[in-house]
Ligand binder design. Structure first.
Ligand SMILES: NC(=O)c1ccc[n+]([C@@H]2O[C@H](COP(=O)([O-])OP(=O)(O)OC[C@H]3O[C@@H](n4cnc5c(N)ncnc54)[C@H](O)[C@@H]3O)[C@@H](O)[C@H]2O)c1
Length: 297
């Protein structure tokens, strides 16, 4: 059953990829009815399978019951029809990180939902202010930036664009609080917002240190974990994020700020040019073709 006593009982989500699936699960688990839109049935099926597999893992770890799984999946409606978003209380956009794709999708959605319906974007690197400027009534646009994997990561950045109405920021803080186990952080709209603005220069520095042969990749990760108390080493993290994703994000931040801390290190560009993208390609800074072959044996 959908909980109609909560704010934003009906949420529309654009994009059923990695993040859209996690965000859909989070909203559905909070009792909300979720309508997720993607471009074709194959992607919708993949999105549902991804949520299902995540919940199965939760069942194995005794964090979720079979009944929870059935209820969460029962609140998620997957569709390719944008008209299905008519009447939702808010839309969370999580389509591919491409300004033109996002703008086109948001303009289409703005034509379907109510004139005051909040339109929220999960962009990592684009300007929320720029996206808002493309839409009628930009005061109802804000960033709602989840981290990956959305069901597990606690921080959610509530991004205030220049145009965002103050009462929307307050409602979004309440929305994140209502998700259970999530902590909202209000941030300004600038490249990388807060967390990624800190993360990108750190990762770029580490790639430079590796290129300078300051230490091996294994030792850099070990030293950071033991010395700084981080759970994941920076090079392992880069392999998880995807080197192409980090390159794209840090290039966008550099283009927007000309801050040299965001300039992509040469080794990062070379790795991406060579198709060594991290875990997804089976070859990166810590995941090597050799180690992944060994792991398979
Ligand atoms: N992957 C991460 O770690 C991460 C973390 C935080 C934020 N983000 C942001 O989340 C957003 C989505 O990233 P992702 O990793 O889930 O990407 P993804 O490629 O896994 O998924 C994007 C989905 O959007 C769909 N799509 C494209 N155009 C569409 C349209 N017009 N209408 C509906 N669906 C459409 C695609 O078919 C795809 O299924 C991006 O803005 C990204 O920057 C990603």
């Amino acid at each position: 059953m959908t909980d109609t006593t909560i704010d934003f009982p009906n949420i529309g989500i654009l994009g059923f990829g990695t993040m859209g699936a996690g965000i859909a699960q989070v909203f559905a688990a909070s009792g909300r009815h979720v309508i997720v839109l993607d471009t074709d049935q194959t992607r919708l099926d993949a999105g549902v399978a991804s949520v299902s597999a995540f919940l199965d893992d939760g069942i194995r770890r005794a964090k979720v019951t079979e009944q929870d799984k059935a209820e969460i999946l029962g609140r998620i409606q997957a569709t390719t029809a944008v008209s299905a978003l008519y009447g939702v209380d808010a839309v969370v956009e999580s389509v591919s990180e491409n300004a033109e794709v996002k703008k086109a999708a948001l303009i289409e959605v703005a034509g379907v939902v109510g004139a005051d319906t909040p339109i929220l974007t999960n962009t990592s690197a684009l300007s929320v202010t720029d996206l808002a400027a493309q839409l009628p009534n930009p005061g109802r646009v804000a960033g709602l930036h989840f981290f990956n994997p959305a069901p597990l990561m606690r921080t959610v950045e509530v991004v205030r664009a220049l145009q965002t109405a103050e009462d929307l920021v307050d409602r979004l803080v309440g929305l994140v609080d209502s998700l259970g186990g999530k902590d909202p952080v209000i941030v300004k709209d600038r490249p990388g917002f807060l967390v990624n603005a800190l993360l990108m220069p750190y990762l770029n520095d580490v790639i430079g240190e590796l290129d300078d042969e300051l230490a091996t990749a294994e030792d850099i990760d070990l030293a950071v974990k033991l010395g700084l108390g981080y759970k994941t080493g920076p090079l392992e993290l880069l392999d998880m994020i995807g080197l192409d994703v980090h390159l794209h994000a840090t290039e966008a931040a550099y283009a927007a700020t000309l801050d040299p801390r965001y300039a992509a290190p040469p080794l990062l560009r070379q790795m991406v040019a060579a198709g060594r993208l991290g875990n997804k390609s089976g070859d990166g800074f810590r995941t090597t073709a050799t180690t992944s072959d060994t792991e398979k044996n």
